[in-house]
Design a protein around this ligand. Structure first.
Ligand code: M6R
Length: 607
């Protein structure tokens, strides 16, 4: 949830660190800090607020050609300048930045205090600086290695020493660190976005490995001091993908990227001659695929909603029982792993702690878990038994949009594989592919009338409670619409199956509670129309997302946003986009911090 960057090279470190932190801001952003070294001294500057707030406190003349930086999302200790990273030891010579949580920090702190160490912060992370100092005998890498066995919990750590200039030492356990390799300069970061402006050559560090970087080389060793040779990977993203371009917000840009990101999720994976999909990363042969009797999807937040959508499609089309569950619930209920059950861990970031820990628990019980992830090299794909990258490109806005439609695309491709192996005919396979590959154009059509949603948002954004209602495969889309609205506009919203409102939520309906109905022209349309009339009878304002040409809805709802017609099971792609736009325009209207809403972080690496 926090972000790390480190730099060693010929250039002044501070601007590079600040620029990297700016790009990491989306991960966690209540405070930030940097430490740069020169002439056997470290200068540490920390500040609550945004990177802009830190930047104004960094003197223009600050000198130092190696350094570390951090954006913090507070877990242990309040949001204060002191609690921000980097943390230093009592000599002021060692500085560290840390992502993760040191679970046994209280015991470590007590022991260190008994030895006379003075603590300045309320954080768990500060113990790392003091432990390294205690273990330091002139070799920072050795001090780091002697420190790690004492730490319980998760960490990505980078440290520097004033007396070992142009050297950074990093280590990871459950929190990502990547090495950036450039000409005569090296980087360490928690996320490639921080260093993409400088290099596309990266090495992903593994848990249990310690890396030392200098200006021109990196060395990785394991805890037994064996040198680890790792290949350098090339990042396929371009810098412009992590910049807003002509858009004011990343979220807006990412909503508009969906026609392209959906294509990226299916490109190269469709076998038209066999009317099926080819997903090499599944690591399952035909026999194993045929033996699957049940599919379970675990995920959190928006990824969970994508999993729910896919569960409808997979059951109805592949006729294989499929369910989606919140990963946070799976982990602690001692899940039963049955034979011939295939699990999917769905996660944009690939780092979500709830999903990762649930996946590990399932794997311990013998489950085969495949990942559906976006961030290449992240922990879930690395630890899963195979999977599919969705290739959405970087998703920077905290509110997930393009990842949702791409996750569904990947799971729909898997559904096609399963269905074609079972009962689906060649012709039906062709029909399915045609409809899936038509989706990008249908999404693009929605943007032609986006201004209508802006008008709707203006009209309704001052209401404080919303209901989002849908049925069948659009029920999870209603959940997603409510999540989007609340997370970026801070308007209270609930998602329900439209059928469920009569079992309770209808008590909330009055002139002050708008309902957003998803009412495509599918099998359940008449039922949803009845539910709309029930709300209308109680004077609840009605917004409908309906299929173009459905004129009856105009008479029932106060405001209607029309979407293109698609077959029933493909509507989630088409229904979710207006809801993303509604949330976006409401948040803009209310002058919210669209890309970095309060209290949230892009990747939730704590439980
Ligand atoms: O990276 P993940 O897909 O695993 O993240 C899961 C949730 O934290 C995430 O979807 C969250 O709900 C988003 N803020 C939703 O917009």
């Amino acid at each position: 949830m926090c972000g790390i960057i480190g730099y060693c090279g010929p250039r002044q470190a501070a601007p590079i660190l600040l620029d990297g932190l700016k790009r990491l801001e989306y991960r966690g952003y209540d405070s930030a800090g940097i430490s740069v070294g020169i002439n056997h001294e470290l200068t540490v500057i920390k500040q609550t607020g945004k990177i802009h707030d830190l930047r104004v406190h960094v003197p223009a003349e600050i000198a130092g050609t190696y350094g570390i930086g951090h954006t913090r999302w507070a877990t242990h200790g309040g949001v204060t300048n002191t609690n921000a990273h980097p943390h230093v030891d009592n000599s002021g010579k060692i500085a560290i930045v840390h992502n993760g949580i040191i679970e046994n920090y209280t015991a470590i702190k007590k022991k260190l205090e008994e030895k006379g160490v003075e603590f300045f912060t309320e954080t768990d992370s500060e113990v790392i600086a003091h432990l390294i100092a205690q273990n330091y005998t002139g070799d920072l890498e050795k001090a780091m290695k002697d420190t790690l066995p004492v730490l319980e919990g998760t960490y990505g750590i980078v440290c520097m020493h004033a007396d070992e200039p142009h050297k950074l030492v990093g280590a990871r356990n459950g929190s990502p660190l990547v090495i950036g390799v450039a000409n005569d300069e090296m980087f360490l970061a928690s996320d490639v976005t921080a260093i993409l402006a400088h290099t596309k050559q990266v090495v992903y560090l593994e848990d249990g490995h310690v890396v030392t970087i200098t200006d021109d080389e990196f060395t990785i060793v394991d805890m037994s001091d064996r040198v680890v040779n790792k290949k350098i990977d090339e990042i396929t993203w371009d810098l412009q993908e992590i910049e807003k371009g002509d858009f004011k917000h990343f979220m807006h840009k990412e909503i508009y990227e969906q026609p392209e990101s959906v294509v990226r999720a299916f490109r190269g994976r469709i076998d038209r001659e066999a009317a099926t999909a080819r997903l090499g990363g599944l690591n399952l042969n035909s026999r194993e695929l045929l033996d699957i009797e049940r599919i379970k999807i675990i995920a959190a937040g928006t990824s969970f909603h994508a999993g729910l959508v896919a569960s409808y499609m997979i059951e109805q089309t592949a006729r294989v029982p499929c369910s989606a569950e919140l990963a946070s619930e799976v982990r602690y209920r001692n899940p039963i792993v049955e034979r011939n059950t295939l699990y999917f861990a769905v996660s944009q970031s690939g780092e979500t702690a709830d999903t990762l820990y649930a996946m590990r628990e399932l794997q311990r019980k013998g489950a085969r878990v495949l990942g559906i992830c976006n961030v290449v090299g992240s922990t879930i794909p690395r630890e899963s038994d195979g999977g599919v990258y969705i290739h959405s490109g970087p998703e920077i806005a905290v509110a997930s949009t393009k990842a949702f439609t791409s996750q569904i695309t990947a799971l729909y491709l898997f559904c096609l594989v399963m269905a074609r192996m079972r009962h689906m005919s060649f012709e039906s396979g062709e029909w399915y592919i045609r409809n899936l590959t038509d989706i990008p154009d249908k999404i693009a059509e929605i943007f032609n009338t986006a201004d209508k949603m802006q008008v709707i948002a203006k009209k309704y954004c001052s209401f404080t409670d919303f209901l989002f209602l849908g049925r069948g495969i659009n029920y999870p889309v209603a959940l997603e619409g409510a999540l989007k609205l609340k997370e970026i506009s801070y308007i209270h919203a609930e998602g329900y199956s439209a059928a469920e409102i009569k079992h309770g939520p209808i008590a909330l309906i009055n002139e002050e509670t708008p309902s957003v109905f998803l009412v495509p022209d599918d099998r359940l349309r008449e039922k949803v129309v009845s539910n709309m009339k029930e709300v209308k009878a109680r004077r609840g304002p009605l917004i409908a997302i309906a299929t173009e040409g459905d004129m009856e809805i105009l008479d029932i709802a106060d405001d209607v946003f029309f979407v293109p017609k698609v077959p029933e099971l493909f509507y989630p792609f088409i229904m979710v986009v207006p809801l993303q736009l509604l949330a976006y325009f409401c948040a803009v209207e209310l002058k919210r911090d669209v890309d970095q809403p309060r209290n949230l972080a892009k990747s939730v690496t704590v439980e």
